[in-house]
Design a binder for this molecule. Structure first.
Ligand SMILES: Cc1cc2nc3c(=O)[nH]c(=O)nc-3n(C[C@H](O)[C@H](O)[C@H](O)COP(=O)(O)OP(=O)(O)OC[C@H]3O[C@@H](n4cnc5c(N)ncnc54)[C@H](O)[C@@H]3O)c2cc1C
Ligand SMILES: *[C@@H]1O[C@H](CO)[C@@H](O)[C@H](O)[C@H]1NC(C)=O
Length: 609
């Protein structure tokens, strides 16, 4: 049986990689996005554009789209990855995508104190490499964060970013398709990114909400609307059960003034002696080229690669540039302020309801016809997440949640260690000890994730060679409070699973002890702390490495209009500008940054000409 599964998934993987045209046509015939085609170019058609956008994720894709709405502006979008394949569109295969070359494959540097249960003591930090960026491999969970998150940005001196002012950009980006929620104050049905409830949900999602109620929490009808706090069903960035990536949402436009060039890797920004960005150097198929921008260069390469490109271009910490032998253009705190939402991979509950995601259940033709003809069933699930709770622990410092509980009707065992274990870099020793014995059982996993980390990581370059992987320092639990909050989140979850609502399904915690933590009593604070340090779960919400801030903020890299301090005609529009990480899952907020960024660029140049 195992061998057959292996075979099926290898075949899927191979097809995914080779993108067999006939197979794709076949799938298209069966209704999987016949219209999904993006007009790309092999190379730029001009030597100079008005704007060059680098990177096509949720930050860059809206910028390229909105700027090219102005017919007189010539826009070039350069993207290191290739167009997404048909398999990226099937939500269930989201974890599989991480194992392909649609992932840059980064890993956090070992710090000797966290990620101890991971292969090479390093947590993985996947990043999408594709038209659409990380939104082509991510888990599709759509949350806007808490209103106060953005008010806090504004309080730091970032004018124009208070929730009241940015709500219109959240709305502009969204095509809301949840008929149960009618709320035009918060939602828009005519934007770009499709948002809907999952086309598939197990009874465990409702049981999770009921458990929340039993414990005295609120049910929130719409965590992206008036009230975030409480328990609710997940909203997904999908279009009738198929992934809606940034490229699908924003790059299907065919405009003569927009050139989209995939598989083109930018190596640095060209900056003249007047400290103006005037273009970029890039590489495609082993050849190097230059292309120029008469108005602006916009970096949207994501939190890791935007920081890297800035440093490669001489914008970064002076000492570090000296060390690397890169001439200084502007001394700036690039690469600092790195933030992430950290959860825990060791919290699963055995249930006796045979509905959770297990690959043995997928040897069933009905599921495929259900998906390809009606886009329903478990293939439409991003591998298990169904419900979310935004809650407060005793450590909460303001009116916002400090923990998110993500209920997932799946576990590390769902694919018997084939993809998930490897994708997340969990060591075989850990897998064999706490998961393998439960293979074949139905498991629900909860990720208690820290919402407002105090610790800050940092990105450095290994060398000035643009092809070298950067050094990613997580410094995850530098502030011990971060660990304490996650432990509280775990304890809240354990209480939830002791309610009638979940006991009904025989919920029983997986009490197999995590190797390295045997000396602690199972369930004690020290045990959980040890467990989290061993197998933290990365949400892959890295942000903050080109911090936005007012002129008098010594740590700010860009101003509140996203212009790089000290260098003209250069902006950053992606997750790296976030001064503080918003709650939840951040893609919706990156789209908002993209929409607002594009508007600010338009304002600059439309008033000038
Ligand atoms: C596995 C995974 C799961 C996630 N799950 C969720 C989720 O469920 N919900 C959620 O809200 N968020 C999720 N996220 C986070 C979310 O996807 C990111 O926060 C978001 O995509 C960031 O957008 P961005 O535009 O800043 O960067 P990215 O989306 O990373 O886009 C950057 C783009 O720039 C390109 N690029 C990089 N360097 C260069 C270069 N030198 N030259 C040219 N192009 C370059 C990259 O190839 C990429 O396409 C997840 C992320 C991952 C990786
Ligand atoms: C539930 O909602 C009510 C009304 O909005 C609020 O007063 C109360 O504090 C909330 N309870 C919790 C636990 O968040």
């Amino acid at each position: 049986m195992r061998e057959i599964l292996r075979l099926i998934f290898s075949v899927i993987l191979i097809i995914n990689l080779s993108e067999s045209a006939t197979f794709l046509d076949l799938l298209r015939q069966y209704g999987l996005d016949q219209s999904y085609q993006i007009a790309t170019r092999t190379l730029p058609t001009k030597s100079e554009y008005d704007f060059i956008v680098v990177g096509s994720g949720p930050g860059g894709a809206p910028v390229a789209n909105r700027l090219s709405e102005i017919g007189a502006w010539k826009v070039l979008l350069l993207e290191a990855g290739k167009p997404e394949g048909i398999f990226n569109q099937i939500p269930l295969l989201t974890e599989n995508a991480q194992m392909t070359n649609y992932n840059w494959g980064y890993r956090v540097e070992s710090d000797g104190k966290s990620c101890l249960g991971m292969k090479d003591l390093r947590c993985t930090w996947p990043r999408g490499k594709s038209l659409g960026g990380s939104s082509t491999i991510n888990n599709l969970i759509h949350t806007r964060g808490n209103k106060l998150d953005f008010d806090e940005w504004a309080n730091l001196g970032n004018y124009g970013w208070e929730y009241e002012k940015i709500l219109k950009y959240f709305k502009k980006s969204e095509r809301f398709r949840i008929p149960e929620i009618r709320d035009s104050f918060y939602h828009n049905t005519e934007g770009n990114v499709d948002v809907e409830y999952s086309q598939w949900r197990t009874p465990l999602a409702t049981a999770f909400l009921d458990a929340g109620k039993e414990c005295g929490y609120n049910i929130t009808q719409d965590y992206n609307g008036a009230e975030q706090m409480g328990f609710g069903y997940i909203q997904l960035a999908t279009d009738k059960g198929a992934r809606c990536s940034a490229s699908k949402a924003y790059l299907r436009v065919k405009r003569p003034n927009l050139d989209i060039v995939p598989s083109a890797r930018v190596l640095r920004v060209l900056i003249n002696s007047r400290k103006e960005a005037y273009g970029v150097e890039y590489e495609k198929n082993g050849k190097k080229y230059e292309v120029h921008a008469s108005k602006e260069v916009i970096l949207s390469a994501g939190t890791i690669d935007t920081a890297k490109l800035l440093i490669l271009s001489g914008i970064g910490p002076k000492d570090h540039l000296n060390e690397l032998g890169i001439p200084l253009v502007k001394d700036a705190k690039v690469g600092y302020n790195l933030q992430e939402h950290i959860a825990f991979w060791g919290l699963s509950f055995i249930v006796d309801l045979p509905v959770t995601i297990q690959f043995k259940r997928f040897i069933n033709p009905k599921l495929y016809s259900e998906y390809f003809f009606r886009r329903e069933g478990p293939l439409a699930s991003p591998a298990g997440p169904e419900a979310i709770a935004f809650v407060q622990t005793k450590y909460a410092q303001d009116a916002r949640p400090d923990i998110e509980l993500l209920q997932i009707s799946a576990a590390m065992t769902s694919d018997k260690g084939l993809f998930l274990r490897k994708g997340y870099g969990v060591s075989e020793r850990i897998y064999n000890a706490i998961y393998k014995p439960l293979e074949g059982k139905d498991l629900v996993t909860v990720w208690p994730s820290l919402q407002h980390p105090k610790s800050r990581g940092r990105i450095l370059l290994r060398s000035k060679n643009p092809y070298d992987e950067p050094i990613l320092k997580g410094n995850f639990f530098d502030d011990p409070l971060d660990l304490d909050v996650i432990v509280e989140g775990i304890k809240h979850t354990v209480k939830l699973f002791n309610t009638k609502a979940l006991k009904k399904y025989g919920a029983k915690i997986n009490s197999l002890k995590i190797p390295g933590c045997e000396q602690y009593e199972f369930g004690s604070d020290d045990y959980w702390k040890c467990g989290v340090l061993s197998i933290p779960a990365m949400e892959n919400h890295e942000c903050g490495t080109a911090k936005m801030g007012p002129k008098d903020d010594p740590d700010a890299v860009v101003d509140p209009e996203l212009r790089v301090y000290g260098v003209n005609r250069l902006r950053v529009v992606d997750a790296s500008v976030m001064p503080l990480i918003p709650d939840g899952h951040i893609t919706a907020s990156v789209y908002m940054v993209g929409e607002k960024g594009a508007d600010m660029i338009k304002n600059t140049w439309q008033t000038k000409s």
